[in-house]
Design a protein around this ligand. Structure first.
Ligand code: HEM
Length: 262
């Protein structure tokens, strides 16, 4: 056999194996461990009700939603997406908050000047600070309106009573996050707002003084208070609210999806 024929056969074999490459990759163990059943990236995908269900069940983001939803539940006009909007604002606040943390130190000496420098000298500092502040106001509003929507639809009734209670805890946590963030700029507004707030909490029956002492980290507002509220604001409260949100979303699913229709 001549060399030219050998070359031709070799080239044909190479082309043949290139053609089979997508098939071989798609049937490999590595590929199938990433793309789960129902994915259009798997060999032999067909558009069937079974595969559509798999798409929802096997995706980390989609699986938060049920495989089947009631027709009214996907209407924006029913929920106004207020719960989703509250969640979106929480994510927005986390991202902008992380940006702010790079430039802020929670001590009485540096807090105010760090915020001042952030606004005047850091690129996009003023913009991100305002996005965080407005986001916080909007989240309180969104959560409140979401609660009003739930109440209007009577979705607090069985079987959703427990989720309503979880919701009340979420409302309290949202307000606490908002209030603890208020002290951090360490300006006159913050100091007096927190003075009034902690004085009110000092009127708690029986152990009011102790409550005030724990919240202030002493008898007066100072660096200890700032550090305490900073840790509450950036760590403890977000951690707790994420856990309650997870239970809240899980309960929506377990209670048979969104309530209604009216
Ligand atoms: C951080 C705050 C909150 C977040 C992120 C949140 C998120 C959500 C989401 C995404 C849903 C699914 C449907 C929808 O958008 O309405 C939902 C449903 C629900 N939420 Fe919230 N929620 C929050 C606060 C609250 C509050 C304050 C209450 C009441 C006190 C509440 C009670 C409920 C109830 C009962 C349902 C089921 C509604 C239905 O079946 O129609 N949630 N929540």
């Amino acid at each position: 056999m001549s060399d030219t024929m050998n070359d031709k056969r070799g080239a044909e074999r190479a082309i043949e194996s290139l053609k089979k490459l997508p098939d071989n990759v798609q049937s490999s163990q590595a590929w199938n461990s990433i793309f789960r059943p129902g994915s259009i990236f798997r060999n032999g995908y067909t558009d069937s009700p079974r595969n559509r269900s798999y798409v929802i069940m096997n995706s980390v983001l989609y699986h938060l939603h049920p495989v089947k939803v009631k027709r009214h539940a996907v209407k924006v006009s029913y929920t106004l997406c207020l719960g989703g909007l509250s969640f979106f604002l929480f994510i927005h606040l986390t991202i902008t908050g992380i940006f702010l943390m790079f430039f802020y130190r929670p001590t009485a000496v540096s807090a105010w000047s760090d915020i001042y420098t952030l606004q005047t000298s850091v690129t996009f500092g003023l913009l991100v600070r305002n996005m965080h502040r407005w986001g916080a106001h909007l989240m309180v509003l969104a959560v409140f309106l979401h609660m009003a929507r739930v109440f209007y639809h009577g979705a607090y009734k069985p079987p959703r009573e427990f989720n309503w209670v979880i919701g009340v805890v979420l409302l309290l946590l949202t307000l606490l996050l908002s209030f603890t963030g208020y002290l951090l700029p360490w300006d006159q507004l913050s100091l007096w707002a927190v003075t009034v707030g902690t004085n009110m909490m000092g009127y708690t029956p029986v152990f009011g003084n102790q409550v005030r002492f724990v919240l202030l980290g002493g008898v007066d507002i100072g660096t200890e208070t700032l550090l305490r509220w900073y840790v509450l604001h950036v760590l403890l409260l977000p951690f707790v609210i994420v856990i309650f949100m997870a239970v809240h979303f899980w309960r929506v699913r377990k209670d048979g999806g969104i309530s209604g229709p009216l």
